[in-house]
Design a protein around this ligand. Structure first.
Ligand code: 13P
Length: 250
């Protein structure tokens, strides 16, 4: 049985006080979520230390949204994987399309980040996904394959066992245009087949989340697909009732 995971990516939203209130609300409702579902919240860096304290002893895990591709030193404005791990966060989102697109994060940079995250005991939630024009030109499978081969396939199988993947078609992120459950299933199965080339049967154990306009209304159908192991939720993760409803959708 693969893990079932629902992770909220808050992106650049909420002040620390608003984040504290949102976590408080999630904690008050988390008992409604079946025990087998892992729940993760990914807050801005500024919230990690208090969030780790607020979540300690609960079943909600904590994630950062990024970390540096350098270990330490003169990199003004950067936050290292070691610093993130020291906050008490257990996960870090890497390879999000917004980082790839707006901050020029290449596959090479993402491999460095992924390695550093793993060396520091953080579990990467590694995002992959094609843009609209890539799907329209029918190269979406090749794009995703390249993203996986450049980073995930460079890891050892022990490292892979710590990684969660998230398929986020860029055209579905924040657009209200969700992938159909068939499109999600087709790509998730393909991702598993790419992993299997290097990792064999271990590919069956990797949790692959879907992200892109996932909502309480569409999550049940998405999560019912055999290769969809949960969701990486943006906008709907900022509303406690919606996020909890999604986590109850398996
Ligand atoms: P939305 O759920 O807002 O479309 O965002 C998805 C996402 O990018 C999660 O990382």
């Amino acid at each position: 049985m693969r893990r079932k995971i629902v992770a909220g990516n808050w992106k650049m939203n909420t002040t620390p006080a608003e984040g504290k209130a949102l976590i408080g609300e999630l904690l008050s409702k988390i008992a409604d979520v079946p025990a087998g579902v892992e729940v993760i919240v990914s807050t801005p860096f500024t919230h990690l230390v208090p969030a780790a304290e607020q979540l300690s002893g609960s079943r909600i895990a904590l994630s950062a949204q990024n970390c540096a591709n350098k270990e330490s030193g003169a990199y003004t404005g950067e936050i290292s994987a070691k610093m993130v791990a020291a906050t008490g966060a257990q996960y870090v989102i890497l390879g999000h399309s917004e980082r790839r697109e707006y901050y020029g994060e290449t596959d090479a940079i993402l491999l460095e980040k992924t390695k550093l995250a793993l060396e520091n005991g953080l579990a990467p939630i590694f995002c992959i996904g094609e843009k609209l024009e890539e799907r329209e030109s029918n190269i979406h499978f090749d794009v995703v394959k390249t993203q996986i081969e450049a980073v995930v396939c460079q890891l050892s199988s022990e490292e892979l066992s710590k990684v969660v993947l998230a398929y986020e078609p860029v055209w579905a992120i924040g657009t209200g245009k969700t992938a159909t459950s068939e499109q999600a299933q087709e790509m998730h199965a393909y991702i598993r087949s790419v992993l299997a080339v290097k990792f064999g049967k271990q590919a069956e154990e990797v949790a692959i989340l879907y992200g892109g306009s996932a909502k309480p209304g569409n999550a049940p159908e998405l999560f019912s697909q055999p290769d969809v192991d949960g969701g990486l939720i943006g906008g709907a993760s900022l509303v406690a009732d919606d996020f909890i409803a999604i986590a109850k959708s398996f």
